[in-house]
Design a protein around this ligand. Structure first.
Ligand code: PGA
Length: 264
């Protein structure tokens, strides 16, 4: 029952042997450090099989990385504003992101919690990304307190409903959803494979109320939150986990490559 994805026309199609391994560098790495990492990764690309490797580096490094990266490595913007251009100091527009990236991360937990981004804003970003041909990776997840109060499902439901408002059946085919429990991000506390699978299955089930079953069966669901080389193998066995969104462990090319190898 393991998953793989091929681009067919513009959309992902689930097939057999392919996972999405996503590196979120957050606010880390100079241009020089980024180049060194990518050179290292380029050398290992032959070992990745059909896996899709997506790197989300700081904006300041995108230009240089795009010049040297192997074609197998795809780029993702860590965030963007929904307007095309104008007086929005400090923001990056979808047009700017598109110069280098195929993907854009939207609604990451750190955006939601540190920068107070509400679901409505995240929804505008998702719609804007899609209308510009960028593929959004929408992050959702509950806090520790919400999990303790058994509110995980209702939190996911609220986030998905609000953030995907007005996203059409055709557009959802270009969206990936990342389940990232807030309590697991950067804490070393990974969700157990059972907890992650349960949330992923819930997300898939809930979205079949909004979209057709055929489409949602193909939707790529990533797990994020303290993924390391020693827990990747167990997590990836779960039916609804189609790949990982990795923060801390993606900063070192050796550790990152190990996760890719252990996710087979
Ligand atoms: P982490 O971060 O792997 O350091 O927990 C995950 C994320 O923020 O996506």
């Amino acid at each position: 029952n393991k998953i793989s994805f091929l681009y067919q026309f513009d959309f992902y199609i689930i097939g057999d042997n392919m996972n999405i391994i996503f590196a979120n560098w957050k606010m880390n790495k100079s241009v020089e450090e980024a180049i060194a990492f990518i050179n290292d990764l380029n050398n290992n690309v032959s070992e990745f099989g059909d896996d899709e490797i997506i790197i989300s580096p700081p904006f300041t490094t995108l230009s240089e990385i795009s010049k040297i990266k192997d074609d197998k490595i795809k780029l993702c913007a860590q965030n963007m504003y929904f307007e095309d251009k104008g007086a929005f100091t400090g923001e990056i527009s979808p047009l700017m992101a598109k110069e280098f990236c195929e993907f854009v991360l939207i609604g990451h937990s750190e955006r939601r919690h540190i920068f107070k981004e509400p679901n409505q804003l995240i929804n505008k970003k998702v719609l804007s990304a899609l209308s510009h041909g960028l593929k959004p990776i929408l992050c959702v997840g509950e806090t520790e307190d919400e999990r303790k109060k058994k509110k995980t499902d209702s939190v996911l439901e609220t986030q998905l409903k609000a953030c995907l408002k007005n996203v059409s059946e055709n557009q959802i085919k270009n969206v990936m959803v990342a389940y990232e429990p807030v309590w697991a991000i950067g804490t070393g506390k990974t969700a157990t494979p059972e907890q992650a699978q349960e949330a992923h299955a819930f997300i898939r089930e809930f979205l079949t109320d909004m979209y057709s079953q055929t489409t949602i069966r193909q939707l790529i669901l990533l797990y994020g939150g303290s993924v390391k080389s020693d827990n990747a193998a167990e997590l990836i066995k779960e039916k609804d986990i189609n790949g990982f969104l990795i923060g801390g462990a993606s900063l070192d090319p050796q550790l990152f490559t190990e996760i890719i190898k252990n996710s087979k």
